[in-house]
Design a protein around this ligand. Structure first.
Ligand code: KG4
Ligand code: ZN
Length: 329
């Protein structure tokens, strides 16, 4: 079964063709990073206009790379939320137009669910698919969620951030240190030239599975304003280590408590090398992490998730609409 995935929730216009929820036939992304970098963050109005310009060329490239035509496809999967309303609308309206014109079934996908399903995009000849029950840590620009999955499409939110998301914290820390946008990769790069000697607060929120990253951001700002930072490298390394320590320690503890079989990592921050390394090192359970290019926003993950939605009969009509504040479950 070949599914065309479409993703336009934020600042990447993406289209991909995935077969049977596992093998990527094509994966095309038009990034707007260079455009938004000028403003130090995403400008929603600019993002939606860029999606309109990019969506048709990206779709054509995705079909060409996969060497398929519309008639080879079995269905469409499109992100309906969470995300920016104007951006989501471009993807959803395009998907509905294609569904109508080519008589293809369409299913609306939750972007966070898509991030989780990046872990199903593995070479089945060499790796097996994730095994339930599992615990997934989703760390993106807008979320830091601990989600228990007992089966496909079955989500129980066990913990979440009470303020800033992990990716948001990386972005804000990079801005404080003048390292540019997007912040996550900039912090990771700067951290390689520093050590973790600067003490920064770690919010454990004992007795809960929740996270909080606003305190560490404020502490970093105070140190920067007071000229108490030795080097940017030390600040970046210390910040990264503190965030990673909290994420990994709490995830491993929750995984043990719920006796899951595996831990899955997902979302843009899952591209962070130190987080990947430390989670694998500290977890007594098998850890699955998507390859780097499937951690950040892409449409292959949306197509993979769409495949499992179609498998369980979840189809949408042409009244499908965007839900910018969509929650998981
Ligand atoms: O999942 P994603 O691409 O978009 C959202 O759904 O939000 O995540 C983007 C977030 C940004 O905050 C970005 O700074 C962060 O992921 N990120 C990273 C790294 N690469 C991207 N954070 C830490 N280390 C990285 N290497
Ligand atoms: Zn995302």
């Amino acid at each position: 079964m070949k599914i065309l995935g479409i993703e336009t929730s934020c600042d990447e216009t993406a289209a991909a063709v995935v077969e049977d929820g596992a093998s990527i036939l094509s994966n095309q992304i038009a990034s707007q990073v260079a455009i938004h970098a000028r403003y130090g963050g995403i400008v929603p109005e600019v993002a939606s206009r860029q999606h309109i310009l990019a969506i048709i060329p990206i779709l054509k490239q995705a079909l060409a790379e996969a060497r398929v035509t519309w008639s080879d496809l079995d269905g469409l999967a499109v992100t309906i939320g969470p995300g920016l309303a104007g951006s989501l609308l471009v993807g959803v309206n395009t998907a509905k137009a294609i569904a109508l014109a080519h008589r293809l079934p369409v299913t609306g996908v939750n972007h966070l669910e898509g991030h989780i399903y990046a872990n199903w995009l593995v070479d089945r000849h060499h790796h097996s698919a994730p095994d339930f029950p599992l615990l997934c840590l989703i760390v993106s620009g807008g979320h830091s969620d601990l989600v228990l999955m007992k089966g496909h499409g079955d989500y129980l939110l066990l913990g979440q951030t009470r303020d800033d998301a992990a990716g948001e914290a990386f972005d804000k820390a990079a801005r404080i240190l003048g390292l540019g946008y997007p912040g996550g990769p900039a912090i990771e790069r700067a951290a390689t030239s520093g050590d973790t000697s600067i003490p920064l607060p770690r919010a454990w929120l004992k007795g809960t599975n929740d996270f909080s990253f606003s305190g560490i951001k404020t502490a970093l700002r105070r140190l920067a304003e007071g000229d108490k930072i030795s080097t940017k490298g030390d600040a970046a390394a210390s910040f990264q280590e503190a965030v990673v320590a909290v994420l990994v320690t709490k995830t491993v503890a929750v995984a043990k408590e719920y006796r899951v079989k595996q831990i899955l990592l997902a979302g843009g921050v899952a591209a962070n090398g130190r987080l990947r390394q430390r989670l694998v090192q500290d977890s007594p359970l098998p850890v699955l992490i998507p390859p780097l290019n499937l951690c950040t926003d892409n449409a292959a993950m949306i197509a993979a998730c769409g495949y499992y939605r179609f498998q369980s009969g979840k189809r949408d009509g042409l009244d499908l609409d965007v839900i910018p504040g969509l929650k998981l479950g």
